[in-house]
Design a protein around this ligand. Structure first.
Ligand code: ZN
Length: 156
C-alpha cells in the first residue's frame, strides 16, 4: 500500500468500516432513499424518521439508519454520516454536506469537524469521491422525498 493510499484509509474510516453505526433497516422510518454508485459497485439505502420541529417550522431527523454494500470508503462514509446528521434539520444537513464535499474534493478540512476530516485523503483519488458522497446523497434524497411512507416492495 502506498503512503498516499494508507493515508486514505485513516483510523476513523477503518473503524466505521469494521463496526458500522446505525446499520440495518429502520422499522419506524417514514422516508427512505437508495443510492447507487455503479462506477465502484457501491449501494446504500438511507432510512429516516423525520419529526416536525415546531421551533423552526421544518422537519428534523429523529432516527436514521443505512444499509448497503460496497467498498470501505462508501460504507464507512455512510456510517459516519448517520452519526453526524441525527437530530439535524434538512438545512443543517445541506450545510454539513457542503463542508464534507469541500473536504473530499479539496482535502482542506476545518479542525472542528475532525471525524469528517478523515475523508480528506479522498481528494487525491477523484474516482473515490462518489464513494464518499454516496450515503450523503441518499440521505439528502430521503430528506427531499414526499411525506408518505415509502415501502420497498422488492426483496433483497
Ligand atoms: Zn466505492
Amino acid at each position: 500500500m502506498s503512503a498516499d493510499l494508507s493515508e486514505l484509509y485513516q483510523q476513523v474510516i477503518l473503524d466505521h468500516n469494521k463496526r458500522p453505526r446505525n446499520r440495518g433497516k429502520l422499522p419506524t422510518a417514514n422516508r427512505v432513499a437508495h443510492g447507487d454508485n455503479p462506477t465502484c459497485g457501491d449501494q446504500c439505502s438511507v432510512y429516516l424518521r423525520l419529526v416536525p420541529d415546531a421551533a423552526n417550522g421544518s422537519d428534523r431527523i429523529a432516527e436514521i439508519s443505512f444499509d448497503g454494500s460496497g467498498c470501505a470508503i462508501s460504507q464507512a462514509s455512510a456510517s459516519l454520516m448517520t452519526t453526524q446528521v441525527k437530530g439535524k434539520s434538512g438545512a443543517e444537513v445541506d450545510a454539513l454536506y457542503q463542508q464534507f464535499h469541500e473536504i473530499v474534493t479539496t482535502g482542506n478540512a476545518p479542525e472542528e469537524i475532525s471525524d469528517l476530516a478523515a475523508f480528506a485523503g479522498v481528494h487525491a483519488f477523484p474516482a473515490r469521491i462518489k464513494c464518499a458522497t454516496l450515503g450523503w446523497h441518499a440521505a439528502i434524497e430521503a430528506l427531499k422525498g414526499g411525506p408518505e411512507v415509502t415501502t420497498e416492495t422488492h426483496t433483497d
